[in-house]
Design a protein around this ligand. Structure first.
Ligand code: GSH
Length: 83
C-alpha cells in the first residue's frame, strides 16, 4: 500500500499517460485537480518548483513533488514495476 498523490488536470494528455501507468501497476493514489490558470497553481509550485502537471508525490520514497510525465512513468516502473 502506498500514499501516492497525483496533481493533475482533467483532459491533460501527460496526466493521462501517468494515470495509465498507475492503473497498469495497480497502484492507488489520491488525485488533486489543479486550477487551469498557471498563476493559481500555488500548491504545485510549492512542492515541485514549477507549475506544470502532472506532479507526483510519494512520501514513502521521499518524493515530494516530481514533475515531467516521462520521469514519473519511469520512476513508477522502477519503483513499483516488480512488486
Ligand atoms: N513535458 C511535460 C509537459 C506537461 C505539460 O505541458 N502540462 C500542461 C498541462 S497538459 C501544463 O501544466 N502546462 C502549464 C505549465 O507547464 O506550466 C510533461 O511531460 O509532463
Amino acid at each position: 500500500m502506498s500514499d501516492l498523490e497525483l496533481y493533475e488536470i482533467e483532459g491533460c494528455p501527460f496526466c493521462i499517460k501517468v494515470r495509465r501507468k498507475l492503473d497498469d501497476l495497480g497502484l492507488e493514489y489520491e488525485s488533486h485537480s489543479v486550477p487551469r490558470r498557471r498563476s493559481q497553481r500555488t500548491e504545485v509550485k510549492e512542492i515541485s518548483g514549477q507549475t506544470g502537471v502532472p506532479v507526483l508525490v510519494d512520501p514513502e520514497h521521499g518524493v515530494e513533488g516530481m514533475p515531467e510525465s516521462r520521469d514519473i512513468v519511469a520512476y513508477l516502473e522502477e519503483t513499483y514495476g516488480s512488486e
